[in-house]
Design a protein around this ligand. Sequence first.
Ligand code: PHE
Length: 434
Amino acid sequence: MQRIAERESWSSHSIFIIACIGSAVGLGNIWRFSYITGLHGGGSFVLLYVLAVLLVGLPALLVELTVGKKLHTSAVRAFREMLGKKWWLVAFPLGLCLLVLSYYLVVMGWTLFYTFTSLGGEYIPFETAVGDWALPMGGAISLLMVWIVARTDIKSGLEKINVYLFPVFFASLLLIFLNSFTLPGINDAISYLTTVNTDVLFSPINILNAITQAIFSISVGMVVMLTFGSYLKKKEEIFHSSLAIAAADSIIAIIGAIVVFTVTFTFAIPTTSGAELAFESLPLAFLSLPFGAVTMFLFFLLLFSAATTSAVSLSEVLVDNLRSKMGSRARAGWAMLFLLLIFFIPSALSYSPLASDFVLDGVPFLEFMDAHIIGRFAPLIVVASLVAFTWGWKGCKKALKENIPEPLVTPVYLMVKYIVPFAILALQAAEILS
Ligand code: PHE
């Protein structure tokens, strides 16, 4: 029982909600959601995504926060309690956190670089930037920032960063969203995002992509929410908080998509431009608008603040689990830094003057990580976590009863125990076979 007294806790319940939203809302909402929506059929994908949030993301979030709150300990110890000898399964979600963070920091570095350079009203084309050391430097500064936050206890590190950056994020999003209404492309963007085509709707690959996006965007299945839940006190509620987190995350993704596609349609940029949309096409488009330099700056500031709060949530998980082995947060911070560097360096250098040495399977190392780690393994790892929570832990249903309204207990439990894992595996199999 001693460890319960020792566990850190949130300063207040609102800060817990802000930190969860900070983790959920990230590059995934603005950059990934819009380019994936562009590639997979606009409005039909948005509809699939909303269904995936309601049927997969939200139930998984409820279960993961419940596990964290109930077991009130680090992910490694929670898996020990749930799975006994099979506790090593926790290596999968933890490994995923490490890999995601290693390249997420690189992209965060790009947003930092562009936030600074756009201050002077200037846009340096992405290709030119890659020929210089500035992008990897931005990554290194991001790594340093996240490392400093991770070494500090949650009240003075993680919480502060979220409390400072939340208003920055919110104000820049609001300004840039309002600005969209002055552009001619707004109507086309809204009709693109709301027109549903049934052929696209029933494609297994699109359904799987929507589920993957929902999982990534809400930050579930990677023990981040388990860790955040474990800093809650016994009496704190999680049901309404989960609804607020999932709603905020989805609304922000949709607002982000409206912003991105309004510019896309105004300047006739192809909706299927892919991953480079945010860093190549959009800045140029922004610059040609009235107040373009300010809009471009706000856009990168938005991306940077969103990326930072997500990155610190991933590092919190790593440090929290390393500290029981290493003895202190500071030492755990060093261990995390060392582990991160192994994957961070090739990702960062794959967009630098040494780019040609860091190509894997014909694409930059970083792109390979995003496509394979998130695109392929993340859904399977999420299945492993959900199976651990529901099949591995006998107390799951009882704990759910204590935390969510009675009529929802069985549907949420059945969804997370049977339907979601089975659906992800079946869709993955269909994708491999097709
Ligand atoms: N949800 C974050 C985003 O949308 C990414 C993330 C995934 C953060 C998993 C933490 C854990 O960008």
